[in-house]
Design a protein around this ligand. Structure first.
Ligand code: ATP
Length: 626
């Protein structure tokens, strides 16, 4: 479909409006012709009307308010220039003419009286026509929009032009290099070969070497997949076409596929280049499963990507990078050799990598002498690159809010508290409830302190933050890649420690343990049904949900085991939780005095860090195995 210039579009729109009004005017005139007489009608004075009446010339009159329309027996010269006519109009005087009705009766004139509102005004007509006008306008708008969408999808330069220009403009050579990607050495090593290929494709061609066309980057959110792709393009000095999978998809089937075709064409024209498809899982889910909607548009788009990848001659210096958090749901056709067959996994950074990432992001931040990036890195296990960037930014914002010119360690601590525990909330809490909170949080902290495999405490607080009223946060000393059974058992006991303390000291439990119980139950269920940590069940996979590999969330799946196995899992879960509760209770009873003193200190200070908890519980070396 040929593309219209904006001027042509404007002219087309004006024509449309003119055509609409012409139609309307025609309908209006037709309507008015129906309601108005065709013969000539002249306005005459009231005196002349009375004279005609008294002469017996008037046959009938129609009165509407003060307006009168009348008809004569025969044509009379009543026009302004003595023209002959049979119809006339006139207006009655405002004051009542008592002689009029008797005169009308006397000459046997047919009188019809209408209410003044019955007058068919043009406004009334337009108002009655307005809904139709709106419907027609809406209908025209829909048709024009559809045309634009389709022409955009099917290759004209309309919407597609905008789509392409958006991405082509962005398709510059990025300034990002591997220096901006801290850590991730394994991933960098994997992609270095691609840089060589993009820099001098001739070298590879001469030897007949085929370089991978598709590289799939996977890893938890915020680990730098997009950053790595950009750095690859920056290092190689090639154009970078970045697009998110969801941007291909439109309401109209065929639009996504057409966009893919055009984007690949554009990239090939400007080879060597990189196409980066973010959120590949949004279009690349296994076809025909119905997962994620499974509609035609998505499948056609995916098919087009596969076709384009197959269409590469093998010597074209275009590499497609894609990123996903859900490699498990991707269509196997995407992962087979010749497509996204090279997989680069980006991990959460370890301590050294965290230091390196912090160095990258504090390059432009004026740091005080007391800021120790190693300490910050040590206190942020589990943080992704994006989290660390956020931490630095948050600290700088807090300092700026205090009108400081440099960022001190205190701001980093506050920023970490904010990110880990949530923003401080003001909330009126009754003394009794506050005491219960202190008992609950001290229970968690005490159990965490005394159990040998539990993570050390980071902070205990009864200041409401985020959604929680109080919080006991633990931080592992090093990142964990596997979770040993004794560690998990201690973790269960810590989770139930708050409730046990309430029960032991206050005699009753409260709804405050809601989240603890939910988390402990979920953990115990995983221990039993996935990790074979129950003697009764043994090493059998009895899970009823599937975990996202990088998102840590679970999706329910149909049960594939018997009712009796499900019952056995339930019993084993209950037993694990019961054992954990017994251990926590026993510890609380043993360390009753320490618990009392911790509660008092917490109520006084509202928030305690690791050192304060340790000094309150009589030194660091008191850990004892149960
Ligand atoms: P998502 O899966 O959510 O799309 P992603 O893995 O693509 O996330 P990026 O968008 O690349 O993550 O990273 C987010 C931000 O985190 C980047 O702007 C970058 O500054 C920072 N970042 C992540 N990893 C690193 C790293 N290794 N070195 C430096 N900065 C990093």
């Amino acid at each position: 479909m040929p593309q219209r210039t904006p001027k042509q579009n404007l002219i087309a729109n004006i024509w449309l409006v003119v055509a609409l009004f012409a139609t309307l005017a025609y309908i209006a005139s037709y309507y008015l012709r129906q309601t108005q007489p065709v013969e000539p009608v002249y306005e005459i004075t009231y005196t002349r009307f009375k004279a005609l009446l008294n002469e017996g010339q008037v046959v009938s009159v129609v009165m509407r308010g003060l307006d009168v329309q009348g008809e004569l027996h025969s044509e009379q010269s009543i026009g302004p220039n003595e023209e002959y006519a049979m119809r006339f109009t006139t207006r009655l005087p405002v004051m009542d003419d008592a002689t009029l009705l008797p005169a009308l009766e006397q000459h046997q004139v047919d009188v019809k009286v209408l209410s003044a509102e019955d007058k068919p005004g043009i406004m009334a007509f337009i108002i009655s026509f307005l809904p139709w006008l709106l419907i027609i306008a809406f209908w025209i708008w829909i048709i024009r929009r559809t045309q634009r969408q389709i022409s955009g999808g099917l290759g004209s330069k309309g919407e597609l032009g905008k789509f392409l220009s958006r991405h082509a403009q962005a398709a510059e050579i990025p300034e990002t290099t591997f220096d901006d990607v801290a850590g991730q050495e394994n991933a960098k090593r994997e992609v270095t070969e691609l840089v060589e290929f993009l820099k001098s494709p001739e070298q590879f061609r001469k030897l007949g070497a085929e370089v991978p066309r598709g590289v799939l980057m996977m890893g938890p959110p915020g680990t730098g997949k997009t950053l790595m792709a950009k750095a690859l393009a920056g290092e190689a000095g090639v154009r970078f076409y970045s697009i998110s999978g969801s941007e291909f998809i439109e309401v109209f089937v065929g639009v996504g596929a057409s966009r893919v075709r055009n984007l690949f064409e554009e990239a090939k024209k400007n080879a060597p280049s990189i196409i980066f498809i973010d959120e590949l899982d949004s279009i690349g889910r296994t076809r025909g499963t119905g997962l994620g909607g499974g509609h035609d548009e998505r499948e056609q788009t995916l098919n087009q990507i596969l076709a384009e990848m197959d269409g590469f001659s093998g010597h074209e210096a275009v590499i497609i990078l894609a990123a996903t958090n859900r490699p498990d749901v991707l269509d196997p056709a995407l992962l087979r050799p010749g497509r996204f067959d090279r997989h680069v996994v980006l991990e959460l950074p370890d301590r050294n990598d965290r230091i390196a990432i912090l160095k990258v992001h504090t390059r432009k931040v004026p740091l005080a002498d007391d800021v120790n990036l190693e300490d910050i890195a040590a206190g942020t296990p589990g943080f992704s690159g994006a989290d660390l960037k956020n931490l630095v930014n948050e600290a700088a914002m807090l300092a700026a809010r205090d009108k400081e010119v440099i960022v001190t360690m205190r701001y980093f601590d506050d920023a970490r508290d904010k990110l880990l525990l949530g923003t401080v909330r003001t909330l009126a809490i009754q003394p009794e409830e506050r005491h219960r909170l202190a008992v609950h949080e001290s229970g968690h902290a005490l159990v965490a302190y005394y159990l040998p495999h539990a993570d050390p405490i980071y902070k205990v607080s009864i200041i409401p933050r985020g959604r929680a009223l109080g919080v006991t946060h633990q931080l592992p000393e090093q990142e964990r890649h596997t979770l040993p059974e004794d560690y998990l058992q201690d973790r269960l006991a810590v989770m139930l420690g708050g409730r046990c303390a309430e029960q032991e000291l206050l005699g009753t439990v409260s709804s405050g343990a809601d989240d603890d119980i939910a988390q402990a139950t979920a953990l115990a269920r995983s221990m039993v049904s996935r990790w074979g940590m129950s003697k009764e069940i043994g090493p059998v996979d009895l899970r009823d949900s599937e975990e996202h590999p990088f998102l840590g969330r679970e999706i329910a799946q149909p049960r594939r085991f018997s009712e009796s196995s499900a019952q056995a899992v339930d019993n084993a879960v209950k037993q694990l939780l019961k054992d954990a509760e017994d251990r926590a209770l026993e510890l609380i009873r043993q360390q009753h005095t320490q618990l009392e003193s911790l509660i008092q200190t917490l109520e006084k200070n509202e928030s305690l860090d690791r050192e304060q908890v340790e000094s309150c519980l009589e030194g660091r070396n008191q850990k004892q195995a149960l």
